[in-house]
Ligand binder design. Sequence first.
Ligand code: AMP
Length: 287
Amino acid sequence: MFAQFALHERLLKAVAELKFTEPTPVQLAAIPPALEGRDLRVVAQTGSGKTAAFVLPLLNRLMGPARPRADIRALILLPTRELAQQTLKEVERFAQFTFIKAALVTGGEDFKVQAAMMRKIDILIGTPGRLIEHANAGNLPLEEVEVLVFDEADRMLDMGFAEDAQRLAEACGPHQTLLFSATTGGNGLREMVAKVLKDPQHLMLNSVSQLNEGTRQQIITADHNYHKEQLVDWLLANETYDKAIVFTNTRVQADRLYGKLVAAGVKTFVLHGEKDHKDRKLAIDRL
Ligand code: AMP
């Protein structure tokens, strides 16, 4: 029940209107500490309901007596324009019974129009690259920002936005920071977490917590694809299993590995989007 959260009634009304009945695990874990004003570092995947997990506490914080709309009070950073657009939609859905206004600033739109719009909204949603351009042009009033969200922070770093994102964080007034990523990330993410979060609560809601107790999860580092293939050979030869599934990150790599394994006499099928229906069905049936 969403009513268990200390959310403003207008937000609960929107939640009901959207037919959300039960909070998802990430919402259960993140909403209470976020409402208390804590900094959070959350690992949760797209589809887990993570957007509502930060949007609801953020909107709740901005509720309260109406005040002249002069400054941006919340900033949500995302790695891509498409993600920013989706997040704006979600914010608008939850804010439908409030006076809170949000807008988007991403590349590809008119710079001057964006600059004028920034003084008329409460929540700014955007990609770090375009926002830094506005900051450099003196268009970005961030001093009154109370809540800063980094969504898909791991991808943001992969796309080279680390420095821009940190500069934007530094330009904000005293604020609460909520950082979400789909993976635990590498050194870059750890560094960013240390820089932008103050005494954060760490919430890990990725698949690790959903694994069976008997599941052993290991990360094995590899220097290059050839090394990786050798590691796969070794694992398939030395681990005990009835059936194995190997995921690769491209179709080309899947086909390549398939060729190698078949040549080595391993009974293998390959499954990816370029295979026709018949082959895909065969692969599943054989598994
Ligand atoms: P997200 O992980 O934030 O991209 O959310 C995935 C989808 O789940 C979105 O379409 C949300 O509107 C929907 N969703 C999020 N939380 C809930 C919930 N508690 N009940 C039903 N749908 C939800």
